[in-house]
Design a protein around this ligand. Structure first.
Ligand SMILES: Cc1ncc(COP(=O)(O)O)c(C=O)c1O
Length: 465
């Protein structure tokens, strides 16, 4: 780990004051600044982060939002980015750049059924691009005229911008930010532990998936253009659909000519033990959106990857006054900066050469096994996940599945932190249901580090409940 920049007591105090006075933190109620100092991270290496007070933590969240897949301290990424920045730091995506061409090629190798890559800055933006493609096609393509509605799933999250929020099924993330955009329609989640129909798998007949057809018929199939889903719902509680689920959705989408948008922002690049989250299922999306692990957060980059048949819809005829503007008229200043693309290229090289997807599968199975042992506690209702992406749902009453309170969750996470481990949780996502702990470490994690995490969790559970 490199030496932190800050050292002296005065400088630490300057930073602590600056944090309190100048920063508006993400997802944080202001009152917490009055009672305690925010953690200020100053250095990181592998899975370890160090705060300004010199305390070290094992980060089981890969940077808080599951994105630092390759781990911290990757000089190879930093060096490659530096060299590219010196050579050619930027030109807008209206022209080609060598890093953009190379990395798009790499992505398409990883998704052979896809045809084109559109770069942007964030997961939210990648989803916005997909929505804009759906909306534009509903105007310019005669067979898709009026197919402007986008179906989204309860408990899924697709981003912070207004379109992406409109497509998110999390009531607390949306609370007080409305009105939302017209034409976004919600369908039920697929969480077996809290089945929307109070049924049990497989007797349920996968009613949650079949319900989607009723919703489409109710809306009018001629008005529905796309469906967006996460392969495994992330921020909504780590929800893994049953194997029959996606084939049913796919069949419904095909029946009504509805594009399936797979949001791989969290699950992509090995997080779930396979390269893509949707590789776990028999499903073939039309559009895939990517961000987070795309660069392991060494750069801000996202991508909207589409099948060729979608790209081909936007081939305008410049000589025809009616269709000359039918190309995808979209741009993003920082979308596809050469530095971020170089980080993405180097990150992918690391993931492949170090076998990190396989490590996610193997270590993920071990993590899941260790966490499953927590079911011996009355407060642990459900343990679920795939690869290095696990959730532990906490309850006050196992039989009734009553969620623990926000205060109990905060105490538990605080007790884990006090033992030197940063764990995650459903955070201001679902009213009354922010009761799932998350474990999504960097994909370089070892067995010994998993043991350290689980030991801290065991001690924290015993201290809290
Ligand atoms: C599944 C999913 N999609 C999209 C986003 C939005 O990504 P960003 O925060 O980069 O805009 C997130 C963020 O957590 C996410 O979890």
């Amino acid at each position: 780990m490199q030496q932190p920049e800050t050292g002296g007591t005065d400088e630490i105090q300057t930073m602590v004051d600056g944090d309190k006075n100048n920063l508006w933190h993400h997802l944080k109620p202001h009152a917490c600044f009055d009672t305690r100092e925010q953690m200020i991270i100053v250095a990181a290496d592998g899975l370890l982060v160090e705060d300004i007070r010199g305390r070290k933590y094992l980060d089981a969240t890969a940077g808080g939002v599951w994105s630092v897949l390759a781990g911290y301290g990757r000089d190879a990424i930093a060096d490659a980015v530096c060299a590219q920045m010196k050579k050619m730091p930027y030109f807008a995506g209206v022209y080609g750049t060598v890093p953009a061409i190379r990395f798009a090629g790499k992505l398409l190798e990883k998704m052979p059924k896809m045809g084109k890559v559109f770069f942007s800055n964030s997961g939210s933006e990648a989803n916005e691009k997909a929505f804009k493609m759906v909306r534009q096609a509903a105007h310019i393509i005669p067979e898709r005229k009026g197919k402007y509605k986008i179906l989204y799933r309860n408990r899924d999250y697709h981003g912070t911008t207004m379109g992406a929020m409109s497509a998110s099924g999390q009531d607390l993330r949306k609370k007080d930010f409305g009105p939302f955009m017209e034409g976004f329609v919600e369908f039920p989640h697929c969480a077996c532990y809290r089945c929307p129909y109070d049924a049990r798998y497989p007797a349920c007949g996968i009613a949650c998936a079949k319900k989607v057809e009723d919703i489409i018929l109710d809306q009018g199939p001629d008005t529905v253009g796309a469906m967006i889903v996460e392969p495994i719902t992330a921020g909504g509680g780590i929800l893994v659909p049953v194997p029959e689920y996606f084939p049913i959705l796919q069949q419904i989408c095909r029946k009504y000519d509805i594009w399936l948008i797979m949001d791989e922002v969290v699950c992509g690049f090995g997080r779930t033990g396979k390269f893509w989250g949707h590789d776990h299922f028999d499903v073939d999306p039309d559009i895939v959106t990517l961000a987070k692990g795309l660069t392991s957060s060494y750069g801000a980059l996202s991508a909207t990857v589409v099948k060729q048949h979608i790209y081909d819809l936007f081939l305008n005829d410049p000589s025809d006054p009616d269709t000359r503007f039918n190309y995808f008229r979209d741009i993003s200043t920082y979308g596809g900066c050469t530095g971020a693309l170089t980080a993405a290229m180097e990150n992918l090289r690391i993931i492949e050469t170090e076998g990190l997807v396989e490590n996610s599968r193997v270590m993920g199975a071990y993590l899941r096994e260790q966490l499953s042992a927590l079911e011996r506690y009355d407060c642990v209702g459900d343990v679920r996940g795939k690869g290095l992406f696990c959730g532990v749902e906490l309850v006050q009453d196992k039989a009734a599945r009553t969620p623990v309170t926000e205060e109990q969750m905060a105490d538990l996470l605080g007790n884990i932190l006090g033992r030197g481990v940063i764990a995650g949780r459903t955070n201001a996502s679902l009213e009354g249901l922010n009761n799932t702990m998350y474990f999504a470490p960097a994909l370089v994690i070892t067995k010994a580090q998993i043991d350290t995490i689980v030991q801290a969790v065991v001690q924290a559970i015993e201290a809290t409940f």
